[in-house]
Design a protein. Structure first.
Lengths: 465, 465
């Protein structure tokens, strides 16, 4: 049995991507697959996942694989692929590694351009080179030994400016990840009920991901404490009256991610205030998805969500005043403290290892204040970009205990109503889909995960079974 | 909502362990919890799992936690616990961190002995100190900055000599991990059938682990290519005639592991030769479990398994000659190339981060030859040790293509019979349980995972449903 090579695009696509990258380089660039990451000790590893940049430029998904791209190369002759030829004993333990012919076929690099990892130093022969790796401790050590340098902003932007725009091969993969994510959420919703535990819902969710041969694109959130934005563990019992928040995505075999959030009433029916705030978040989500059109500034979509949240909070009697003024004062940050979404692709927060160079157009910076500063994306949208849209409303006890945040809004907050929801363990509501930006002529925004029910009545009916 | 502190033992047990450790130390020892490990990029992490040594000595399971144990200390006053007080914004993202009172209660370190991580350097004030950490890149960097040294063999042996013997608190946790692992295997067996995929079986297995609030103690193996000892992915379709090998364990919330393997016929019934070899592996497994008694050298248990495998291979017409002589020539390594088991506890290969210092009594070394050298454990068993027993028989194409291995046995191998099995994709059979060594007066070996059916007729009946 040999390792299966799952690649997203045909080899000429990878050659073209490497050619475009090479045209921008001034120094050789080393792209590393990394090795399986350790869990609690070195030899107990989690399933291997090659580095996204390495994968994007056509590196086959094998441990320790390395691409060397020479400046100005044509994507084939100017590239070297380094792999460790399989040792007999390794094949007994992990199965046969694909042979050079197979590796050449999928990567688009002629096998006479293959070398052993030990030869990388010779190939560079003292030239300054950059490395784009993974957090894998082994490859990090190796990069340090070879004196490889961190990529410059220009190097990173050259990669980002390719990865930002998903081609048809990538979209096929992302639809596959979306479909698996939708199936997992449906299974999760169906497993919800009073007296069950978060762990039972998470079990149903992960079973569906695994059955689709997907990994989680991140560690799933399944919680009745939706007010905690990124909790871990599935320890709580579900009780009638609770809202259960599930935030989970799939990573398909080529590495592409989906990201979805749904929030459902444990009992199968919303209380009036839950329903009111749910419908508000749903409207914000719908309108923001529709706003994912070329030319729209993503930060404005965030503020659109914030505006609708302000409107909803006024209607629900939690805030007082005009939504326009409340938005201007950023009053929504008390209830909606995170950003409305992020880039998505080979990483669930796409290219986030390059920091805000990916999410923020050069010259733009994060707004400084609590809530606003958590927005991960502020680019003008263009066709082919893939983003999430995930507005929410939360009652976070820690926020309402923080006088520096709350006092400035004393005049416009109905604190009694807030306290009533805090006491009732309202938790939080978040609704999220994965969306591709397209021209109107191509049909407008493509909601990859739109097949998953989101309407309040529909999700409640699924919970009731 | 605050993070739940799940600790295995009462605080006085942790104090006693630290006191015993401190009595052996000549320099301060730093034990690090580590941080959540990254998956493919730095901020996409897998669920946090604190370092086993840190946990063993009473470190609460919070990211970035550090224990400093001073030589000769009493386990409390001579110990410092370093934790980062929660910042308001962190609590919004990940929930409230337990307060000092809670941390003190579970760790048995008075809260006036707590400090911030930044103070670790001051506390050491230039003294040479050792660090026992995890592979976490962040803590590694920090250790390097502080100039902390790798533990000496004596330091490691001091830890190993405590961790080798499981106390009642640990056994309670291991039984919990065993029960979850048994449930997961039962669910997996019930999901087996022709036309299904390995992924569907893995889904059933992981769902049960998650529903029990367990993680996998390692990445599960679910494969019809059982001849590959550690394959990844669940890509194959199950067909009648195949054997499906599942090797998977649970890690309960305190960090303790189980490890179980079962092999079942996809169709629900064994072919005659499958049945014959299954019964041989089963007999080896049963006899080796029974041999887990104080005073028995583990390597001899390995050789007991090898002897029974030789007998079975002769009976099945694959080898010719006397089992005693075949064993002496190590002919079984062609079919049973791995070791019969390993230590287990807080790590599924317990203490393996200390290398063979844990598995091999000082003065003993691995035997040099293929197969034999893969044995991870060669100690004389003592009460409280926990080990796995996992003999197997495999038809590995790579082995039978390797003339240097096969030629020496040309006289005693029935190559036609071997080739027939290779052509029929026999795969492999492995049967494994998790066993605690006890005195005869305490009832002899405790098979923690013995509740899971293993008899050929029984497992086939479960598959048939």
């Amino acid at each position: 049995m040999s390792t299966v090579l799952t690649m997203t695009a045909p080899s000429d696509t990878y050659r073209a991507r490497r050619r475009k990258l090479a045209a921008t380089l001034t120094r050789p660039m080393v792209l590393m697959a990394g090795r399986a990451m350790p869990r609690q000790y070195q030899t107990n590893t989690i399933p291997f996942r090659a580095g996204s940049n390495y994968l994007y430029f056509g590196g086959p998904p094998i441990e320790g694989g390395v691409l060397l791209v020479e400046p100005g190369s044509d994507g084939d002759a100017g590239c070297t692929f380094f792999r460790t030829p399989a040792h007999f004993e390794d094949t007994v333990w992990v199965g046969a590694v694909p042979d050079d012919e197979a590796l050449s076929l999928v990567s688009g690099i002629a096998s006479n351009r293959f070398a052993k990892p030990g030869e990388l130093g010779d190939r560079l022969s003292g030239r300054a080179a950059t490395v784009v790796s993974t957090p894998c401790p082994v490859t990090k050590l190796w990069s340090d030994e070879l004196g490889l340098q961190a990529p410059s902003d220009d190097d990173m932007l050259a990669i980002i400016n390719l990865r930002l725009y998903k081609d048809e091969h990538e979209l096929v993969a992302m639809r596959r990840a979306a479909d698996a994510g939708v199936a997992a959420h449906l299974a999760a919703m169906s497993a919800v009920g009073p007296g069950k535990h978060e762990s039972a819902v998470a079990a149903a969710l992960y079973a569906e991901l695994i059955a689709h041969r997907c990994a989680g694109s991140f560690s799933a959130i399944v919680t009745v404490h939706g007010e905690v934005l990124h909790p871990s563990g599935f320890v709580n019992e579900l009780a009638a009256g609770h809202l259960l928040l599930c935030d989970s995505g799939a990573e398909e075999t080529g590495g592409y991610a989906s990201d979805i959030t749904r929030t459902v009433p444990v009992s199968g029916s919303f209380t009036p205030v839950q329903r009111q705030l749910y419908d508000c978040v749903h409207r914000a989500q719908r309108e923001c998805v529709a706003a994912c059109v070329p030319g729209r500034r993503y930060r404005d979509i965030h503020d659109l969500a914030a505006f609708i949240v302000c409107e909803g909070l006024v209607e629900a009697g939690l805030l007082r005043g005009s939504a326009t003024e409340l938005l201007e004062r950023r009053a929504h940050t008390l209830f909606f403290a995170h950003g409305v979404g992020h880039l998505i692709g080979l990483d669930v927060h796409d290219c986030e290892d390059f920091g805000d160079l990916a999410g923020y157009t050069v010259g733009r910076e994060r707004r400084p204040h609590f809530g606003d500063k958590f927005l991960r994306l502020d680019r003008d949208l263009e066709p082919g970009m893939a983003v999430t849209i995930e507005p929410g409303i939360y009652l976070v006890p820690e926020i309402w205990s923080e006088a520096s945040l709350v006092t400035p809004f004393a005049d416009c907050v109905n604190r009694d109503a807030v306290d009533a929801l805090l006491e009732g363990q309202f938790g939080g509501i978040r609704l999220e889909d994965t969306v591709v930006v397209r021209d109107a002529s191509a049909g407008g925004p493509e909601n990859l995960t739109g097949a998953l029910p989101i309407d309040a009545d529909e999700v409640a009916a699924i919970v009731r079974g």
